[in-house]
Design a protein around this ligand. Structure first.
Ligand SMILES: Cc1ncc(COP(=O)(O)O)c(C=O)c1O
Length: 375
């Protein structure tokens, strides 16, 4: 029997072991070790920002960034509904009001044409979230933000190494965040990074990350923070991975081309766009959306693939449909049909950096067999 192909297999065969050994040999395993600063500096430089603040995961990066921006109870935040719960949870906890935008059916990113009509006197922030491999069209959003004097947070968790009109994702707006979970283009096991050009925001995030200890009177607190620190061990892995980012992007694009060529002629199947006029896909994941003209759902297809030993994941469940948020009284009148359809009909197939050609072939053959049966 063929072995199971998981949806993600990371690639850890660079300097990861060497740098981890250095942590062990020197005893620097906490968040005070030297790899942290090096990772922060090199990562920030790679994405064209002045400051990098390493944290324990991408969710924590968002929480701290939102807090540092000064978003408070009653503030409205415009953001996509088709995203991960990490984008919204801190907003809900502080009593801010997320205002949700539906997705574009082709790029799966938020439909930027819907943003302006959602602005009110209470709007303070637009949250850009790049989804699955293509950059959001950022310039029109920055233009709106400027005209209405709004803050911009860019969640580039899935977009390490991606560009928008040639400039790095993570370099736009007031502050940007990243995740280094193992399914990202580079990983640190768990990990995240906040980047910004604003020294005050950077200072604020770094204080929030470290329980708002004060440098003079360490245990006397004027504010409440969190312990969101990254360890030197994580930074060691992150740094080794960062050294190979260009190669990883190349591999991901090769995988994207392989799957695109293998699946492009199948009926009833929408593939990720290879590019838009402003960005070339880096295939964080290789998503598939089943046509409405057949009754097959994403979960049917995922079940069939699972029986053949192929791991998959469903697309995001939109924020406006989340039971916990609906029970709390949020979004009960929201309707965002594109994102609902993406959830019902969308899923992604294995595309981890550690996959080999045989595994890619097995996955594309299994998908082909399902859809060929509909011809
Ligand atoms: C868009 C987006 N934001 C935030 C996160 C959260 O990152 P983490 O899993 O590191 O907390 C993710 C995770 O995949 C994500 O996709």
């Amino acid at each position: 029997m063929k072995s199971f192909i998981p949806v993600n297999i990371p690639l850890l065969n660079g300097n990861e072991k060497k740098y981890l050994n250095q942590c062990i040999e020197t005893g620097w395993i906490s968040s005070e070790g030297p790899f942290i600063k090096e990772f922060e500096n090199k990562f920030a430089a790679r994405v064209g920002r002045k400051h990098g603040i390493a944290v324990c995961n991408g969710t924590a990066a968002l929480d701290a960034a939102i807090e540092a921006l000064g978003i408070r109870e009653g503030d409205e935040v415009i953001m996509p509904t088709f995203t991960i719960i990490s984008c919204i949870s801190h907003l809900i906890r502080i009593g801010a009001q997320p205002v949700l935008i539906d997705s574009d059916p082709l790029t799966w990113n938020m439909d930027i044409n819907q943003i302006e009509s959602k602005i009110t006197e209470k709007t303070r922030l637009i949250m850009i979230v790049h989804i699955y491999g293509l950059s959001v069209d950022i310039d029109p959003i920055l233009d709106i933000a400027k005209r209405y004097n709004l803050l911009v947070l860019e969640d580039a968790a899935q977009m390490i190494g991606q560009t928008y009109k040639g400039l790095p994702c993570g370099s736009f707006g007031d502050i940007s965040t990243f995740s280094f979970y193992p399914n990202k283009h580079i990983t640190s096991g768990e990990g995240g990074m906040i980047v910004t050009n604003n020294a005050q925001l950077a200072e604020e995030c770094s204080s929030l990350r470290n329980l708002c200890f004060q440098s003079e009177k360490r245990f006397i607190h004027e504010r409440l923070g969190w312990n969101l620190r990254m360890t030197n061990l994580q930074a060691a892995i992150g740094l080794a991975q960062l050294e190979r980012l260009e190669e990883f992007i190349y591999i991901k694009r090769k995988m994207g081309s392989f799957y695109t060529n293998a699946l492009k002629d199948l009926p009833f199947l929408q593939l990720p766009l290879k590019n838009t006029s402003y960005s070339e896909n880096i295939y964080w994941v290789f998503g598939l959306v089943i046509s409405d003209s057949i009754s097959l759902s994403a979960s049917d297809a995922m079940n069939q693939l699972s029986k053949q030993g192929i791991g998959t994941r469903p697309f995001f469940y939109p924020m406006h449909k989340q039971p916990i948020l609906n029970r709390m009284g949020y979004f009960n009148n929201d309707y965002h049909p594109v994102s609902e359809r993406l959830y019902n009909k969308g899923f992604y197939i294995p595309s981890g950096l550690g996959m080999n050609l045989d595994q890619l072939r097995s996955c594309s053959n299994a998908v082909s067999n399902i859809f060929k049966s509909y011809i």
